[in-house]
Design a protein around this ligand. Sequence first.
Ligand code: SAH
Length: 441
Amino acid sequence: MCYAIPGKIKEIRGKTILVDYFGEEKKALNELSSLSVGDYVYAQGGYVINKVSAREAEEVLSVWKETFFEYQERDLRLSRVSLERKGIDRKIAFILDKAVQGVSLDRGEIVYLLNCDQPETLELCFKTANFVRQKYLKNACCVHGILEISNYCKQDCAYCGISTHHESLSRYRMSPEEIVNTACEAIDEYRFKALVLQSGEDGAYSVDELAGMIREIKEKSPSFILVSFGEVGISGLKKLFDAGARGLLMRFETSNPELYEKFHPGRTLATRLEHIRKAYEMGYLIITGALIGLPGATVEDHAGDILLTRDLHAEMYSFGPFLPHPNTPLANTKPVSETDVLKMLAAARFAEPREARVLVTTAFETLSPDARKKGLLAGASSVMLNVTPVQYREKYAIYPNRVNQHASIQSQIDETIELLASLGRAPTDLGARMGYEDRDR
Ligand code: SAH
């Protein structure tokens, strides 16, 4: 099983190529030199990752061809929704009508939706979010891997279990060799096409060392690499981009500047946002979002979080529940409910009906055993699997009792593929909503 399907090049326009996938065409940016019309390639995040032989591609495609249309049918069936609205709040009905037509919601509408707590109305909202996802993005689902390379962190974020607050935590730092080998294994043996490298803000690796590892991974195993090392500075981001990183996973955590400063003493939201905006300008694909339910965060703040994510040109919305960690100052916060998270996923889908990828986060999976299925049926279209070596996973304790602490990579893959098949989703997403040359720089 792979996490992308190869496509056939239909047309080459300078650096942009058009790739055909069972009749659907997508654009990708070619950074490889020698490609011709008719070649097969893997693309991820809007970039060509590598060329594959016709034999290999046709083998994968012949397996997929049988299931591809069957999955699309299944997805279509599961995402049907009747907008007959007996007893449904009129304003919600109006909002859902707008969303179905692909029109983005405004702040007031998002707030209204997030304030809704009538179970039948909410059920209709979630189903409509799923319908909208199907209508505009079809059944493609992103399946990325995440490798947590170190839990050392010099920051004191009030909510985070790997921050300096957690003095008793046993710390680990993978060696550069182990990082490269683990990443290459995920790409070559488990067939991930996109991988996030994440860590606390561990000053022990210099940006140059991180860049060296990315270079080595990409040389050995062509892939789409996303970085998530926190605030490495704008010149640091540039070095990582030049080394081959093409995605940035960086949440702004909260769009409320006062709350941001309260939970990140001495730091500002503006600096965090500058990283994200500059990264976008450099050509990074952006995954960002916020924590749901930080103490003091209001529904208006959460609507602001969704709108800020949109404003930051996020390719993927990453919203997960804040799960209090006992060794942090926010230990006694009441966690949010499953419904609160689903509302945010649906609202994210409605904020950008045509383009957003919406992630079901590991934190949500930790909060609720059915999170993945429920999230994917409420507008989400993406999941991440943990490829960190099992011996380190417990130590990457951003919040307590994370799911999949002991699950092997293969068992996570099997479980994911089974769930996606039951929902008619294909792990074939190519990312990138637009060619990079289309960006207004
Ligand atoms: N150092 C990186 C990665 C931070 S950890 C960076 O600064 O981006 C990754 C994410 O975990 C954070 O962005 C935060 O949103 C999330 N996180 C931290 N503590 C959490 C908690 N208690 N509950 C849920 N998510 C948490």
